[in-house]
Design a protein around this ligand. Structure first.
Ligand code: AMP
Ligand code: MG
Length: 498
């Protein structure tokens, strides 16, 4: 169903908020079993908190999207967007390893999909009020977590990691109760689809096989068309999702990203990083690091993420089994994760080390590097960025300075020097500078931007957005954003509360 965007505005006398946009509401066309129609709930006196002009340009959106008062209202949920047909979708899922039953968009409202320069994209307002799936929640998102999601999704994109995107954050002084009273915000999220593993689990668990098939066919036709040609299209879908998830997980591990809440309702069917909550980029390297204060068992610790991704894929496989109809095919499809993940991680780690070719002993070198970093609790991002300047011939003080066990470091440096001895130094440095970011969204950087934003100073949000969108570049004047975390960073406790 395609609706011209600007015609209905003609009747209201308002200028078109986003002239010429074509809405293609294909997800909402799947049927009433998939969603509930509803309108976002308004928030008083909204204001812009963060605007992503680069994404707006990339999507080919008109300037009015991030400039006009009408769009400020529309993207806060205070005014309908003509042509949109807002819905909240239903899904289920496994949370922290146990079946949680029905969940759903408890605070996210999908406005619909628009045609953009980057293909068809869904537009979702997160924090736009209660839905039938809110359970005990208030349907809101607080300013703090909305800024974190806005900045981190764009930081991930800048790092080349598949992710949902964020167009803007709007705020309101409307109070929202969490551990303390905070204020409300809405993130406008963008993705080709927000379908999660949990959408499939929902229909499988209820034995609604017609809807399960409708959903799988929709995902195949829209996002994985090659699977249609396969001998077993639904097994091919499972394999394709497993491979994309493997690439995503490898990218997370390589950059030191901890997601924090890898429940199956937070796993994208497109292999996108989705639902930014208590995430963290590692400061000092600690393989067992748990970033989510609510995760007492460490289920989603940094070094468990790859296995948890596989566990989640297994749930997806079980949900798809009625369509695949052959356990062997399902297991074979899932098996691809076990080859793609290590290969993808190795490739990323080789690039971080500046190894242009593949040689025997690389696996050991990578493992030794991780071991050395862990034993010395070395700052993960700073180590890799400094390593870009390491040469086998000259000294490597800036790297050595990061270690307290110099004997181990010297042994490792010898091993590494030996490996890169015959490499072209310029080519190696070039590769490394493209794979070892200077800037990541550390917790304390987000925290500083949040504290300023609470006082209505949004300049730090703006600066971080700009820098994090090209994290491999130098940003003169912003070296402080690439420094060691201050001591107080260790006391930042981020939980599921958002
Ligand atoms: P999360 O772990 O943040 O992905 O959330 C798990 C589920 O709880 C999802 O279905 C969310 O939509 C829902 N949820 C989280 N916070 C709220 C809230 N404040 N109001 C309503 N639903 C929420
Ligand atoms: Mg979620």
């Amino acid at each position: 169903m395609t609706t011209a965007f600007d015609t209905s505005f003609a009747a209201t006398g308002h200028p078109p908020a986003a002239p010429g946009r074509q809405w293609v509401n294909s997800f909402s066309a799947l049927g009433p079993e998939f969603h509930t129609r509803l309108e976002p709930r308004p928030l008083a006196s909204p204001y812009w908190v963060g605007r992503n002009h680069a994404l707006a340009r990339e999507l080919g959106l008109e300037d009015s999207w991030l400039e006009s008062a009408e769009m400020l209202d529309a993207l806060t949920g205070n005014q309908p967007l003509p042509g949109a047909s807002p819905i909240a979708s239903v899904y289920s899922g496994h949370q922290f390893g146990t079946w949680a039953g029905q969940l759903g968009d408890g605070r996210a409202i999908l406005l619909g999909e628009i045609e953009t320069r980057s293909g068809c994209q869904e537009i979702q307002l997160k924090g736009a009020g209660p839905t039938p799936y809110s359970r005990m929640g208030d349907g809101r998102a607080v300013l703090r977590s909305s800024i974190r999601e806005f900045l981190c999704s764009e930081a991930m994109h800048g790092l080349g990691i598949p992710t949902t995107r964020a167009l803007c954050v709007t705020g309101s002084d409307a109070p929202v109760r969490r551990e303390e009273i905070e204020t409300a915000a809405v993130v406008t999220r963008i993705a080709p689809s927000f379908i999660r593993f949990g959408h499939f689990e929902h229909f499988a668990h209820r034995n609604q096989l017609a809807q399960l098939k409708t959903l799988a066919d929709y995902v195949i036709d829209r996002f994985y068309p090659d699977c249609r040609q396969a001998a077993h299209p639904y097994a091919a879908l499972l394999q394709a999702v497993s491979e994309r998830t493997a690439h995503m997980a490898a990218a997370w591990q390589a950059v030191g990203f901890c997601h924090g809440v890898m429940n199956t309702d937070n796993m994208s069917i497109l292999g996108l990083t989705i639902d930014y909550g208590p995430f963290q980029f590692l400061d000092a390297f600690d393989p067992g690091h748990i970033c989510n204060h609510s995760d007492e068992q460490g289920r989603y610790a940094y070094n468990r993420q790859p296995n948890m991704a596989y566990w989640n894929l297994f749930c997806l496989g079980q949900a798809l089994l009625p369509l695949i109809d052959d356990q062997e095919h399902a297991l074979a499809a899932l098996g691809s994760y076990k080859t793609v993940f290590p290969g993808a991680l190795q490739a990323r780690m080789r690039a971080k080390l500046g190894l242009v070719d593949e040689r025997g002993g690389d696996t050991e070198l990578i493992e030794d590097t991780f071991r050395l970093l862990a034993a010395n609790k070395v700052d993960y991002t700073i180590f890799w960025r400094r390593l870009c300047g390491f040469t086998a011939q000259s000294g490597h003080e800036p790297v050595r300075d990061l270690f307290f066990d110099l004997e181990s470091f010297n042994a490792w440096a010898l091993q590494y020097s030996d490996r890169i001895r015959h490499a072209d130094g310029a080519q190696r440095a070039d590769l490394m500078l493209k794979h070892n970011p200077k800037y990541v969204l550390r917790n304390h950087l987000g925290e500083e931007a949040i504290q300023a934003a609470k006082l209505k100073d949004f300049s730090k949000v703006d600066t971080l957005l700009t820098v994090l969108q090209s994290p491999f570049e130098e940003h003169p004047g912003h070296d402080s954003l690439a420094g060691f975390p201050p001591d107080w960073a260790a006391s930042i406790a981020i939980s599921c509360s958002s």
